[in-house]
Ligand binder design. Sequence first.
Ligand code: HEM
Length: 413
Amino acid sequence: MTSSTDPIPADFPPPRSCPMHQPAEYERRRTEAPVAKAEMPGGGSAWLLTTFDDVRAALSDPRLSSDRRRQGFPRYAPTIGINAAVSSGGSFGDRPLMIGLDGDEHAQARRAVLGEFTVKRMRALKPRIQEIVDDHIDAMLAGGSSADLVQALSLPVPSLVICELLGVPYSDHPFFQSCTTTLLSWKSNSDERRAGLVDLYGYIKRLCTDKENATDPGDDLIGRQIARQREQGGAVDHQGLVATALILLIAGHETTANMISLGTVALLENPGILARLRDDPALTPAAVEELLRFFSITGPVTSRVATSDIEIGGVPIREGEGVVALLASANHDGTVFADPAAIDIDRGARHHVAFGYGPHQCLGQNLARLELQIVFDTLFARIPGLRLAAPVEELPFKSDSTVYGLHELPVAW
Ligand code: HEM
């Protein structure tokens, strides 16, 4: 088994020759050096894991920590970024976000909100999500015969849903959307990122404080957390509440928004698949799984640092060394997904790792699946003549962000 310090491009992840496909570098690594070191743009090196088995083994190994404050945690952005929000500490807050916690502390934070994301809860949200999607498509149709799908549908739908779920006023969405974009973008400079983080943190802190001070905290996720903690007789854990609300707001809209845009492009580019979905919407859930696998949008979010000497794929990893579990590469591992670069809605892709694996596996996955299914079913049924208004190669893909996607998506009908 090869293991080497093999500097991959400074602009991690490596470039794509086609914006709709994963970097060829991943396949090279899977076959030549599945567990190999790479220089990270934020300084230092980390082990890149590229096969499905190694990625799953790493993400379920308790000796690999998600704590961004630990020495050796992979630094994929050169300046202060989402890692700072995740680790908080000092000037920003006092509690790392759930995604950056380990062990019991993590389990406790996750358990507190798990009940909000069950399949049953999501089913109850379905009519409201459908209404939100219909309203936005009505507005698109009323606005003429072309639109930027990102602004008209992809961003507002998941934003509105997460706002209503959390109890965050949707009228504030331009503010927190721009903060999140700044935080996730690798092109923002230190000052911009710091300002975005401080603003977003301050906003959520104020919102939680207002709800804690209100006689009725409201029937939304934040309000229910407050009410539950009071029923249990304890004081409200303000810092825990802020940390939960912040991760849900950050994680809850940008990810799904990008999948809506990318999925729309993929379906428009594959008219045979689209025709099958139109004929039989029962196929949509399988198509959504395949699109999640195909795009695997979250980049190096699934990073870890070893807390003791371990072995992955036969390669020794020392305590304090960073590891990046590349979900996109795992989901394109040809030994698990035959012909991985093809979109095949019949392959049964449900075991993909686009939502991660192990204890940190995406908390919002049932919500994301539901939103994607409703959007695709409704969009293509209601606008049968939908088409891209620019060639795929000319679309502004987000190669500069922790979450892959599209800045804009011009469509016409
Ligand atoms: C297509 C959409 C989405 C994708 C691809 C995605 C992907 C991911 C991935 C890969 C992780 C694992 C991170 C790790 O292991 O370190 C994760 C965690 C998480 N996601 Fe998502 N996500 C999506 C949508 C959402 C939504 C809609 C929400 C909330 C409403 C959400 C909330 C979270 C939270 C809270 C975590 C942290 C869980 C933990 O640490 O236990 N995500 N997501």
